[in-house]
Design a protein around this ligand. Structure first.
Ligand code: GTP
Ligand code: MG
Length: 170
């Protein structure tokens, strides 16, 4: 078969957590050390084949700066999936991620597949958020969780692939 399924996906998370970098890695296979902070939001698309289906992700990469917070509902409403991103070296970004999860659970669509990404997993020496803490939090809140690195590409395709599988399973 060659069914194409469109899926709106939104990335949410603190400034500098690596949302744009994850998207750039997934869509273009690239990484830049000095990625500019996103203004408003940016749109990308990328397809992924899963078994005999093709998922076409329509990706909204939102801006983490607080002044853009009020725009976020436009992007997460109606989203099939969300990736909430934090930086494993920055505990404040983990706190911010939990706030995004709360907001999604309160204001978003209950059928949205929500993934939690602990990004910058290449920076093990400066880790400040323990993997077990995030795993437990994710389990308790019905999210699936992966540590990722936009820099080394670890788990980047995997997190999108896992989302696509869950969307297909429904
Ligand atoms: P806003 O657009 O401001 O909300 O930030 P963002 O979440 O899009 O973060 P962005 O992708 O701009 O990344 C911020 C900085 O972290 C950039 O300098 C990136 O190069 C760096 N960065 C992103 N992902 C990784 C990663 O996996 N590992 C390392 N070492 N650095 C990363
Ligand atoms: Mg950005």
């Amino acid at each position: 078969g060659n069914k194409i399924r469109n899926a709106k996906l939104v990335l949410l998370g603190d400034v500098g957590a690596g949302k744009s970098s994850l998207v750039l890695r997934f869509v273009k296979g690239q990484f830049v050390e000095f990625q500019e902070s996103t203004i408003g939001a940016a749109f990308f698309s990328q397809t992924l084949a899963v078994n005999d289906e093709t998922v076409k992700f329509e990706i909204w990469d939102t801006a983490g700066q607080e002044r853009y917070h009020s725009l976020a509902p436009m992007y997460y409403r109606g989203a099939a999936a969300a990736i909430v991103v934090y930086d494993i070296t920055n505990p404040a970004s983990f706190t911010r991620a939990k706030k995004w999860v709360q907001e999604l659970q309160a204001q978003g669509n209950s059928s949205t597949v929500v993934a939690l990404a602990g990004n910058k997993a290449d920076l093990l020496e400066t880790r400040q958020v323990q993997i077990e803490e995030a795993k437990t939090y994710a389990q308790e809140n019905g999210l699936f969780f992966m540590e990722t690195s936009a820099k080394t590409a670890i788990n980047v395709n995997d997190i999108f692939y896992e989302i696509a599988k869950r969307l297909i399973q429904g």
